[in-house]
Design a protein around this ligand. Structure first.
Ligand code: HEC
Ligand code: HEC
Ligand code: HEC
Ligand code: HEC
Length: 454
């Protein structure tokens, strides 16, 4: 090995220069922040949570924020699909580092990409830690997206209250942390093809809640009387670090209210009855589903049960809008672009939906540059029709049922159920994602009855 001689004064000069850069230069944002910090610039969540912020720590521990890097599906998608894809396709090469800008921000800032596997138990596993958020001072540009937050680690922590009430750090009151734009820096994402593949904050911004001043925090970091530190004051509005969303069935349940009614209450075999279902989004501040829209599937299943217990599946009536075929359960293959990462260019794909054929799906399809449906948001160039349910929106669906001639006379009970899956089941099965990620969560249901005449 050759030794590189650096004159002593040169070394000192470079050191001072680097030091100056670290402490005086404002923090960089987005892609430009890669490798601009060290792991040691940030405290561990255990440090924050062991003796002082014990309660907040326990809340954070069981929220997805603490698992953004280690969660099974994140690990599988990053290491099995994104990293190999980034190595084969120059267009998406940036995601190898970029995924970590939101999922393992400290590893990203330390330039440790790809980070070690979660099993190595490195500091990347801290995911979106206390110090990620509480060192953020603002964001670059006009629109928050693609981790364009600015982190300024150090003794000063940013939060909702002012004061020097802790021996450990100085507190600076940050208006920014209390704003929806703060969340938007990670909850809006643009793909390398310029498509808005995540737009939770943008959806919120154009919806009714933003207009009324109801922000993300009001539903995901709610306020309660309590302490924010073990030895601290009791506040009437201590911020709860719940961050509950798709991974909390209780949060998802009841998001949509369903009401089903028939056009006539009595009919003979051979007659047609039209059932109308109203689906009202009473709970989300953004569309439903939002965020990882490429993975999620929400579908409505309508069934009739006659007096003898025989069940009939009622497919939804088509409305005839462009792109509707992606909003109705079908026997079709999709997601062929997973073959790029898996080294199988002729990969035929897997089932697109995995839900009953003919059921209405509330979704927005993501398309790869070849126009095929994809769950790889980084490989998304365009979208299908946006048929999700907006905040406070009501969608009406109909199912027309021609009573079969052998249907049992008497009461006919008709039930509409709205189901939700975090990850399309055929994709979960194919990639070996644990079953919990594709569990069916029932959002809501409602029944009505008619009488079948003799
Ligand atoms: C530094 C980036 C970052 C910031 C800032 C951020 N988040 Fe997140 N958030 C994430 C990531 C990454 C996940 C996904 C974790 C996973 O499932 O892998 C997530 C997950 C969530 C979830 C859980 C979703 C689920 O699937 O269960 C909620 C709710 C949430 N964030 C709300 C917020 C709110 C509200 C704010 C602002 C107060 C915010 N986030 C700020 C990165 C961020
Ligand atoms: C995803 C970002 C995020 C993460 C991760 C996060 N916080 Fe917070 N924290 C916030 C926001 C946002 C607020 C409230 C800001 C506001 O309302 O103006 C807050 C508020 C606080 C407060 C003040 C509460 C009050 O009501 O005075 C403390 C203390 C705190 N966080 C500690 C922690 C600790 C400790 C952790 C890690 C275990 C943590 N935070 C993780 C975003 C985060
Ligand atoms: C009026 C209450 C409300 C507001 C305001 C709100 N949310 Fe939600 N959010 C919900 C509910 C309810 C759910 C659960 C249903 C769902 O998954 O969409 C949810 C789900 C989520 C999820 C998981 C979505 C998924 O399908 O994976 C994320 C992420 C999220 N919210 C982030 C945000 C962010 C960021 C903001 C602000 C820009 C915000 N929310 C504003 C109520 C709200
Ligand atoms: C701009 C920030 C951002 C970037 C960049 C980003 N993500 Fe995410 N990711 C999020 C947020 C926020 C969520 C949670 C959204 C939700 O719950 O709906 C999420 C959710 C996910 C999920 C679903 C987690 C679950 O359990 O449902 C996976 C998997 C994932 N991301 C992988 C990746 C990969 C791989 C990359 C890089 C190609 C990437 N992400 C890039 C912010 C980001």
């Amino acid at each position: 090995m050759k030794k590189i001689a650096i004159p002593a004064f040169g070394f000192i000069f470079i050191s001072i220069l680097l030091l100056g850069m670290n402490s005086q230069q404002p923090g960089k944002a987005g892609d430009a922040a890669l490798g601009t910090r060290k792991y040691d610039d940030f405290q561990t969540p255990q440090f924050c949570g062991t003796s002082c912020h014990t309660d907040i720590y326990q809340q954070w521990k069981q929220a997805m924020m603490s698992q953004a890097y280690t969660h099974h599906w994140d690990e599988i998608e990053y290491f099995k699909l994104a990293v190999p894809h980034a190595e084969k396709d120059q267009m998406v090469a940036g995601v190898k580092a970029g995924c970590n800008g939101c999922h393992a921000p400290i590893a990203f800032l330390a330039g440790d990409v790809p980070p070690p596997l979660p099993s190595a138990n490195s500091r990347a596993n801290e995911s979106v830690s206390c110090e990620v958020c509480h060192t953020i001072t603002g964001f670059a540009g006009d629109t928050p997206y693609n981790f364009n937050w600015i982190s300024e680690p150090g003794k000063t922590k940013y939060g909702p209250r002012v004061g020097k009430n802790s021996p450990e750090h100085d507190l600076v009151k940050s208006e920014f942390l209390g704003k929806a734009e703060f969340c938007g820096t990670c909850h809006n994402e643009k793909s390398p093809y310029g498509a808005w593949v995540k737009s939770t904050h943008l959806e919120w911004k154009e919806g009714p809640y933003a207009a009324q001043g109801v922000k993300c925090h009001d539903c995901h970091m709610t306020y309660a009387e309590g302490k924010t530190a073990a030895m601290g004051n009791i506040y009437p509005d201590a911020r709860q670090h719940l961050f509950h969303g798709a991974h909390d069935p209780g949060k998802v349940r009841g998001t949509i209210e369903l009401r089903i009614h028939p056009d006539i209450r009595e009919a003979e075999p051979g007659e047609k009855i039209k059932f109308t279902i109203a689906l009202f989004n009473q709970k989300t501040g953004h569309k439903f589903p939002t965020g990882s829209v490429e993975d999620r599937i929400v579908w409505m299943q309508v069934e009739a049960v006659d007096a003898k217990g025989k069940t009939y599946h009622l497919p939804v009536d088509k409305k005839g809008f462009p792109g509707e075929e992606y909003t109705i359960g079908a026997d079709a293959l999709a997601y062929q672009d997973m073959g790029i990462a898996l080294g199988d260019p002729n990969f035929p794909g897997v089932q697109r939906d995995g839900v009953p054929i003919g059921d209405r799906i509330f979704r927005m399809a993501y398309f790869d540059p070849q126009g095929r449906m994809t769950i790889q948001q980084w490989n998304t160039k365009s979208f299908g029709v946006d048929y999700r349910i907006g905040p406070r929106e009501t969608k009406l669906e109909t199912c027309t049922f021609t009573l079969p001639f052998d249907i049992a006379p008497g009461p006919l009970k008709v039930t509409a159920v709205l189901n939700y899956q975090k990850l399309i089941k055929p994709v979960a099965d194919f990639l070996g994602v644990p079953a919990e990620e594709a569990e069916i969560i029932q959002v809501n249901d409602h029944s009505t009855a008619i009488t079948v005449l003799q």
